[in-house]
Write a protein that binds this ligand. Structure first.
Ligand SMILES: Cc1cc2nc3c(=O)[nH]c(=O)nc-3n(C[C@H](O)[C@H](O)[C@H](O)COP(=O)(O)OP(=O)(O)OC[C@H]3O[C@@H](n4cnc5c(N)ncnc54)[C@H](O)[C@@H]3O)c2cc1C
Length: 372
């Protein structure tokens, strides 16, 4: 039962990461209170693409994405219909022979770790996705990935937390976090044993020195064209764009939604808190998509939006205690993988907070690693 006056844990932020933390903490028997400045899933979570994807850039990234994907897959029969959860394999597309060599290295990485993946030749790729431009070199087919509708999944996780006794307060901005208390914008001081800062890109506003910055992204969605493409299609150059030092970048990434719509990404930009549409970058992103899927130009785009990925300097999230404030834990900084990593993050954080043997080695994600 949640003790509103003195919960065991206050989770600040009801995005997909805070929602997953709340669920696992409540499942551990803790009295949890979630406070969100707006509404659950209204931040980065509502702007995201919902690709649940195993990634291979580092062992730590692989460990958290693959573990989280296992947890999402295990929930497939329980998620509500509005979560639009479905298996959706990924095709990592190689444009030329140089990229094909990367595809083969990626396949080997997955095979060595027991993840199903298959290299497709140029003609096999064309057979799988006839709308792609001719002459691409091949692709890596990863059949175990999935897609969900992130804001609905965040709400579903919070509902499960509430079933286990958690309380959720929306329209409640936290102004300050201390050791064993939070102070809201309404001037209320809530005391508790532990606090989790899961405020996504806004996390550093509450915890000074937290190395998270907003990395803007654009997405565009079309009218319904079921069968236009069948897989999540990502150019291999996408990985380069996530690491580029350039001020902005685009990469081809398209996702067929359960509704029949085609969700087109993606861009990356460091422009502070400016959410406005960058027409130049949006045009470059769309041109890149036309380059891979020429007939996409005939489809009707009905909406374009932007959102902020919570980025960290080393590309890994911050999950664990914050050494400067006793009792403060962090679950933030998931950049472009927070939907995927949410379940692994929530579970790992809850295990560490209650002192249980963690399912993963927590060291690579500990916030203390980036303290200057
Ligand atoms: C364009 C784009 C595409 C993406 N595609 C994918 C994808 O395909 N797959 C994937 O895995 N990830 C993807 N991501 C990344 C993913 O969306 C984020 O990593 C994830 O949503 C972060 O979740 P969060 O809960 O940490 O943050 P948020 O969803 O931002 O949640 C934080 C919450 O905290 C609340 N809050 C903030 N400050 C306060 C405060 N002071 N007091 C109280 N509440 C506060 C906010 O209202 C918000 O609800 C994408 C992101 C973008 C922008």
């Amino acid at each position: 039962m949640t003790r509103r006056s003195h919960p065991d844990v206050v989770v600040v932020g009801g995005g997909i990461v805070g929602a997953a933390c709340a669920w696992y903490l409540a499942a551990e028997g803790l009295a949890v209170l979630v406070l969100d400045a707006g509404f659950p899933g209204g931040g980065a979570t509502g702007a995201g693409m919902g690709h649940l994807v195993v990634m291979d850039e580092t062992e730590a990234q692989f460990a958290l994405t693959s573990y989280s994907l296992e947890l999402w897959t295990a929930l497939a029969n329980e998620l509500s219909a509005d979560c639009q959860d479905e298996p959706r394999s990924t095709l990592w597309i190689a444009a030329d022979e140089e990229e094909l060599a990367l595809v083969e290295a990626k396949a080997e990485f997955y095979h060595r770790r027991g993840v199903a993946a298959e290299v497709l030749s140029s003609s096999e790729l064309a057979g799988e996705e006839p709308e792609l431009r001719p002459g691409l070199a091949g692709a890596l087919h990863v059949p175990g990935d999935r897609v969900i509708y992130p804001p609905a999944a965040a709400r579903w996780l919070l509902d499960r937390a509430v079933e286990k006794g958690a309380a959720v307060q929306t329209d409640c901005r936290v102004e300050e976090i201390g050791s064993g208390w939070v102070r809201t914008a309404r001037g209320e001081k809530i005391s508790c044993d532990l606090v989790v800062n899961a405020a996504g890109p806004e996390a550093p506003r509450l915890t000074s020195g937290l190395p998270v910055e907003p990395r803007k992204g654009h997405l565009a969605i079309t009218e319904r064209y079921p069968e236009f493409c069948r897989h999540q299609l990502v150019e291999l150059g996408y990985l380069k764009s996530t690491h580029t030092e350039a001020a902005d970048s685009v990469a081809f990434n398209i996702q067929p939604r359960a509704t029949g719509q085609q969700l087109i990404g993606s861009s990356r930009e460091l422009v502070g808190w400016d959410l406005s549409i960058n027409r130049r970058l949006l045009a470059a992103m769309i041109r890149r998509a036309f380059d891979y899927l020429p007939r996409l130009a005939e489809l009707q785009v009905i909406r374009v939006w932007t959102g902020f990925r919570p980025a960290t300097p080393d590309g890994l999230p911050l999950i664990g205690p914050w050494p400067a404030i006793d009792g403060l834990w962090i679950a933030a900084g998931h950049e472009g993988l927070g939907i995927t990593m949410a379940l692994g993050t929530g579970r790992l954080l809850a295990e560490c907070m209650v002192g249980r043997q963690p399912s993963l080695d927590p060291a690579p994600y500990e916030p203390a690693r980036l303290e200057s």
